[in-house]
Design a protein around this ligand. Sequence first.
Ligand SMILES: [Zn+2]
Length: 255
Amino acid sequence: MKRPALLLLAVLGILPSGTVLAASPDDPPKCKECQYLCALMDQMLQKEATAGFYWKYALKNPNALQAATSDDVYNQVKDVDFANWGKTRPWPCFEPKGGPGPTQADLETTDSTANPPCTILMDIYGPNGAIVAQKELYKGDTYQRFTEGKCSDIYQPTIKHEEKHQQDCKAAKAMGQSLFDNPARWAQSEFEANSLHAQILRQEIRQLINSSPSGCGWKPTDGQKKDPSSIPSVKQMQRMEQIRHFFEMAFGPGD
Ligand SMILES: [Zn+2]
């Protein structure tokens, strides 16, 4: 199921030029360390897997499956979506996953029929992990709360993802429709937002490797060397992470 969709992502190339995001000068220094490469790869693979799933129901897929409601679609995707990704990810990074931290950033966008409509919200979590409040991203100090202490490599593509939903939501609103009440349109929006999210992460992975004196330990194949946008394969990343982890245990954190 995943392979044809991944191929499609490559063919579509939906990333507009100029989307490469500059790292924020406010980033915590640790955001540029090779130990975050695994977290970036992990999120990229998750977004690719999620996009591949939504494509099965998406409006522009000529062989799309039909769903009665968007909830029906979401109930199937949630195994690869945030909460349960740990069960299906190709490998665990040695860094802890889940919970708040510099590599976690979640946002939501309200529907065209909601009040306020098509608005990006930050979920505020209580101590038990449940959402206790939602705040508008660009009101008050919410943006600062959302970005503080986090890596821009993580939160910037998250914002781009939501801006895609916001754009689709406004288009639905202009037609007097609800985006979420149209499963095929909603799945299309999720497919495109997750594809964009994955593509930005892919570029950031390469940027982080390029900025490391050791290339984060990556030994590219001849084919990969020819492609300036190539990134490590999953197998290479597993190996790099094992070696990095071994040296960190033996000698302490490196570059
Ligand atoms: Zn989304």
